[in-house]
Structure formats: C-alpha cells, structure tokens
Design a protein around this ligand. Sequence first.
Ligand code: HSE
Length: 311
Amino acid sequence: MVSNSEIRNPKFEIRVRVPATTANLGPGFDCLGLALDWWNTLDVETIPRGLEIECSGAYAAEVPRDASNLVIRAMRATFVRARRKMPAVRVKMRVEIPIGRGLGSSAAAIVGGVVAANALMRGKMKMPELLELATEIEGHPDNVAPALLGGLVVAVQDGKNLIAARVNVPRELKCIVFVPDHALSTKTARGVLPARVPRADAIFNVGRAALWLAAVKARRWEWLDAATQDRLHQPYRAKLVRGMEAMFIAAHKAGARGVALSGAGPSVIAFTERGSGRIAWALNRAAADIALNGAARVVAVSARGALVKKI
Ligand code: HSE
C-alpha cells in the first residue's frame, strides 16, 4: 500500500551512511578513536508536516520513533545552530551498529543527524562546525571525530578549539570485535572511574597512546601489545565487564597483536594483521566457556567517515 506522504513526495532526498567507531583503543581515553567498516544508514526526505520515523536493521527495536530519537535531536540542534527552521521530515533508519555496546552507536546517530541536517541546508556548515556541534551533543570527541572523518583520529580539545587529527591506517590491520548480547551504559561505565589517578598511571598511558600512532605509521604491529595497555579506565571497568580478562587472554593466545575494551565496553576489540578468523573463533570459544552470550565479528577499518549522497 502506498501512504499519502509517498504520493506527495515519492523520492527520498538524501542518504547518509555513518560508520561504527571504537574509542580509546586502550590507553587513548577520550582522545583516540577508529572508524570501522560497519554502517548505519539514514534516508531523509522533507514532508509537508509532522515527523515520520521508520526503523529497520538488527537494532531497530531499541530505537525511539518520536522526537526523542537522537538522530532527530541532533538534526534539530543543527538547524538551531544554523538559525534555520527545521523542516518536517520523514527518516528511514537502518540500524546495524549495536546499541550500548561500546561501538559508537550514539555518536553514529548524532553524526548522522548533524550531517543529514547540514545536507538539507545544502552544506551551510563546514566540517569543523559539524564536529564541534556533534562533540557538544555527545560530550566527548573520540567517537564522533572518526565517525565524521574516518580512519584513526586523535581528537583534542584545546581551549575552545577542537583539534581532530586524522591518521591513515594501513589496510592490513583488522579488528575482531566480540559483542556481548547485553548493553552497558556509558554513564555507568564512566561512573566507576576515579576523579584522580596516580602520576605513574598517567605516564603509563601517555607513552602507550603515542606508541599506537607510531605503530600505525611504521606498521610495527608487534608494538600494539604494549600500545593497547591501559591504566586509566579498563582496570576500573573490568568489574562491570563480565569475562573481560578471559577474553583478553583468549585473544592474545590466538595471536592478537593487541586487545582493548571497545569504548566504554562491554565489547572487547582485538587487533591483528593476520589470522583474524582464528581470533574470532577463540573469542567465541572463550565466551561460550563462561556462558557469555554474544558473537565475534571481523571488521576492517574504514578510511571513510560519514557519507552523503542524493537519492
Ligand atoms: N571515551 C569514552 C569512554 C567513550 O570511554 O567513556 C565512550 O563513549
């Protein structure tokens, strides 16, 4: 059956694709992030009145279908920032990025909304403004920056200035993500972190975050073992992430070059340039051993961030 809005407006205007992201990469708490080849899609058209939201995809059931939807909130914020009135829209969302698993689902929704709204305004706002706005909505830049720019991004707030430095990642680097069937809220995962950390732990992380970039530049994947270690968040979050240590051990034994909590968790991410299938198998096996439901997936790094096209 054809709905009234389809008769009035038969074509969607734009399609936006936004990648999943993994933040922190171990030591780069709130400043390092990587875009993954795993995408949500938004089709947006203007309609005469109202708000229409349709959802499909693996995580569609978890997405609100009203103005509280994060994509719509981000679109609205973008129009407000540009001092324009937001038009009535119909949005079709294909939600494939797991929600609440540490894979940047909220950043993808925010970036999708910001980019879609900007496309409806014919690109009125430029990339730095989009990045600042998306970061303001999300609260930290390490997922939104790679979701917008692709690749590996170092995102640093320098006073009022947000610096997002994009680094190309050689194609050979693969990620193996174990996504549990349950979610963990970022708020809860940030709530267990101490306000102060020992200087030795800060030094531990600074060197390792820098080593990540050196490893990528020199393709010295054997450095990732040290470069993924962390003392600022993972040790505190371990109590919230069942099986974290077992999964880290299993990935290492199967040949992973480095392993980290993906974002705030509860997904675990391993990195390697070879034997990714074996690592995925080992992660699934280790999860089964402790009756942890979920599945491992091999994912490439995405060199591209959010994409817009007319349809
Ligand atoms: N850097 C953030 C954290 C990412 O670890 O809390 C989660 O969105």
